[in-house]
Design a protein around this ligand. Structure first.
Ligand code: NAP
Length: 243
């Protein structure tokens, strides 16, 4: 079966590792990015050099018309979208809850939750049968991220609930919806949170004593998308080193 996947936020970090792994596994990959065209194009070039098929599409996935255009572009390039990885996400500087303003809270919800809602909705509107979605949540949905980013943690909690509800609604159609909850993964996101070396600082508190790699998360995403996980829906894989 032809497999066409959109990976949102695929230009770097976990998204890039996922796009490359899925291309190796035979998926035709749409590498979505918001602003960093060069990074996304570099991932596409790497995939093509290795013999895979990919192209990049600019879209802010928190914007409804961009999401429709993203799916249209992917369909034109490769045909109907059969798989979706909702990976795009943001966080802001570490902050106590009382210091978080409404503008920041709304930006986080828009980028993390609205984007997931819009892409899932577009996928199931177009997909009448079969397919699989993996949402990238976070261990923060369980821990709540006190003194760091409760807004971000709450957005990931919303993604978990969306995953559960949607998985039940579309199961009879043969569409599976699952999520991964990464813990401390070595990406540039921590610099955005104001602490590039956050993982080194916290490594001793992680049962496996180290941060994870983007590929370790990508492996779980790829498994959940695959037919090996054909009886798995509404499930969550914690990729968090035991945390
Ligand atoms: P990252 O390196 O910061 O990458 C995030 C990507 O999302 C960027 O490529 C960015 O693209 C894209 N993006 C953000 N907003 C977007 C939007 N509105 N539309 C399209 N693309 C957008 O982050 P990461 O660490 O790989 O994280 C990937 C996912 O894993 C996120 O959902 C994150 O919350 C989750 N996660 C990460 C960790 C961790 O420790 N790293 C832990 C738990 C969960 P541009 O650069 O073009 O804006």
């Amino acid at each position: 079966m032809k497999k066409v996947v959109i990976v949102t936020g695929g230009g770097r970090g976990i998204g890039a590792a996922t796009a490359k792994l899925l291309a190796k596994q035979g998926y035709q990959v749409c590498v979505n990015y918001r602003v960093n065209a060069k990074r996304a194009q570099a991932i596409v070039a790497e995939i093509m050099t290795a013999g895979g098929q990919a192209f990049s599409v600019q879209a802010d996935v928190s914007c409804e018309s961009d999401v429709v255009a993203l799916f249209d572009a992917t369909e034109r390039q490769f045909g109907p979208v059969t798989h979706l990885v909702n990976n795009a996400g943001i966080l802001f500087s570490q902050s106590a809850f009382a210091a978080i303003d409404v503008e920041r809270f709304q930006k986080v919800m828009l980028a993390n939750v609205t984007s997931c809602f819009l892409c899932c909705r577009e996928f199931i509107r177009r997909n009448t049968s079969t397919g699989a979605i993996v949402n990238v949540s976070s261990a923060a949905a369980r821990t709540g991220s006190p003194f760091e980013y409760i807004d971000y943690a709450a957005s990931k909690g919303a993604i978990d609930t969306l995953t559960t509800g949607l998985s039940l609604e579309v199961a009879a159609r043969g569409i599976r919806v699952n999520a991964v909850r990464p813990g401390f993964i070595d990406t540039e996101m921590h610099a955005d949170g104001g602490e590039p070396n956050r993982i080194e600082r916290l490594a001793s508190q992680i049962p496996l004593q180290r941060g994870g790699t983007p590929l370790e998360v990508a492996n779980s995403i790829a498994w959940l998308l695959s037919d090996d996980a054909s009886y798995v829906t509404g499930s969550f894989i914690d990729v968090a080193g035991g945390k």
